[in-house]
Write a protein that binds this ligand. Structure first.
Ligand SMILES: [Zn+2]
Ligand SMILES: [Zn+2]
Length: 267
């Protein structure tokens, strides 16, 4: 059985795990190694479950412990060449990934890593490079689209394929516009290489959800410019306007910013 757990999701750290009885794929390593170990202990998951790591992009909230984690567990880290370069240059990543564990993958090219069939795809964001992933395992398709300025035509086919989807609902546009952030930061977040708003998230679900979609998790919520309930209500309202009922057509859940969000069985 394929299982999913989110350890943290937001600007203070992102880290997710997909695992089976014999294999495990960590997606992003943006939480401290000690808190990751504690969370895994709390959920009775062994650190040895982590057999491979894939990285979306080189912002600190996604990579800060990737080097130490890869070294401690001696596990390979897969991402694009550009993201690897970005990780290497990122001063927040104090321990670097050993060369033999740094593996490059290419957007649009599917590779098999252990039990997982993985396809990275391009995502517009203001990092060195950024990818989303379609992960297929045990007949289930899991897709993650985070830190995305806009859902491009390139991304849509991957959402179409998803049975399980993690998608960004970063901010409420009004909260951001009227909030305390300086103007340059507001335009950065609102831009096409920034972050997805609740509205954009809802609209992309309306446009791209298929009957095969079973569960959606909203991720990377802003602490300053969003609230979990506001994100949920906004997305649910947009879905409802198009005749889609969250909780019936597919489950809709919000990932917590700093703590794990349960274990989900993906079947
Ligand atoms: Zn981020
Ligand atoms: Zn980012």
């Amino acid at each position: 059985m394929l299982k999913f757990i989110s350890f943290a999701s937001g600007s203070s750290g992102n880290c997710y795990l997909l695992y089976t009885d014999n294999d495990g794929l960590l997606i992003d390593a943006g939480v401290g190694i000690r808190s990751l170990k504690k969370a895994m202990r709390d959920y009775h998951i062994h650190m040895q479950q982590v057999k491979h790591v894939i990285i979306t992009h080189d912002h600190a909230d996604h990579v800060k412990s990737v080097g130490s984690l890869s070294r401690e567990l001696d596990v390979p880290v897969y991402t694009t060449r550009e993201v690897h370069d970005g990780i290497f240059k990122n001063y927040c990543v104090t321990k670097k990934i050993e060369a033999r564990n740094a593996h490059c993958i290419e957007k649009g090219k599917t590779i098999n890593i252990g039990e997982f069939k993985i396809t990275p795809f391009n995502v517009p964001h203001d990092s060195t490079d950024c990818v989303g992933y379609l992960v297929e395992c045990q007949g289930v398709a899991f897709c993650i689209v985070t830190d995305v300025g806009v859902v491009t035509d390139e991304i849509k086919p991957f959402i179409n394929k998803a049975n399980y989807l993690v998608i960004e609902a970063n901010h409420d546009e009004e909260m951001l516009k009227n909030g305390p952030y300086p103007d340059y930061l507001k335009s950065r977040i609102l831009g096409t290489r920034g972050h997805l708003s609740n509205r954009q998230c809802g609209e992309s679900l309306v446009e791209n959800a298929t009957p095969g979609l079973r569960h959606v998790w909203l991720c990377h919520l802003s602490e300053e410019n969003n609230h979990p309930e506001l994100a949920r209500k906004t997305v649910e309202a947009i879905l409802r306007n198009s005749g889609i009922v969250a909780g019936k057509d597919f489950m809709l859940e919000i990932l917590k910013r700093k703590t794990p969000t349960g274990i989900f069985e993906l079947k």
